[in-house]
Design a protein around this ligand. Sequence first.
Ligand SMILES: C[S@@+](CC[C@H](N)C(=O)[O-])C[C@H]1O[C@@H](n2cnc3c(N)ncnc32)[C@H](O)[C@@H]1O
Length: 166
Amino acid sequence: MPSTRRLARKMSQAVGELSPGQVIIELGPGTGVCTRELLLMFPDNPIIAIEMNDHFATQLRRELPGVQILQGCASQLPQLLREHGIPLENVGAVVSGLPLLSLPRDITQAIIAAVVEVLPVGRPFIQFTYSTRAFSRLELTGLNPQPGRRVWMNLPPATVMPFTRH
Ligand SMILES: C[S@@+](CC[C@H](N)C(=O)[O-])C[C@H]1O[C@@H](n2cnc3c(N)ncnc32)[C@H](O)[C@@H]1O
């Protein structure tokens, strides 16, 4: 079930302030609900989306030509950014719609390590979850949790979980 616009808007608002040229990375854009909100909210910042699924990647390239879609696994994020010449110091935020609790544990931990590797200190990582309790069991070394925000207008209701790289 794709996220609602309400959830996508709350995810995008959690990005906060960006400087010109700072890049937003989106992990697991799917049909692009959150990508579209990011485009509306940050029309002047580059958006790079990492999607593993061939069908979604092709569809997003067709529908959102202003977004750079990189096809691959989010755990390869540092390599993907380097291959495409995107300096890591330009990363302003990472926004994730990945089902981190459903993926194999080693992949989830590799994705979190990849996010920590590319995020400059002080910059946000934003994830949503349907289970804050299960999410709190993940190892989130390098990320400081910030107050979450429940979004009832989603099926099922979700919590936006912002973190800051320390
Ligand atoms: C639950 S959907 C969320 C889609 C959208 N962000 C939303 O909120 O509606 C998860 C998306 O993550 C993608 N995905 C799953 N594992 C991935 C991985 N390891 N790397 C990149 N994308 C992945 C799936 O193909 C799917 O498009």
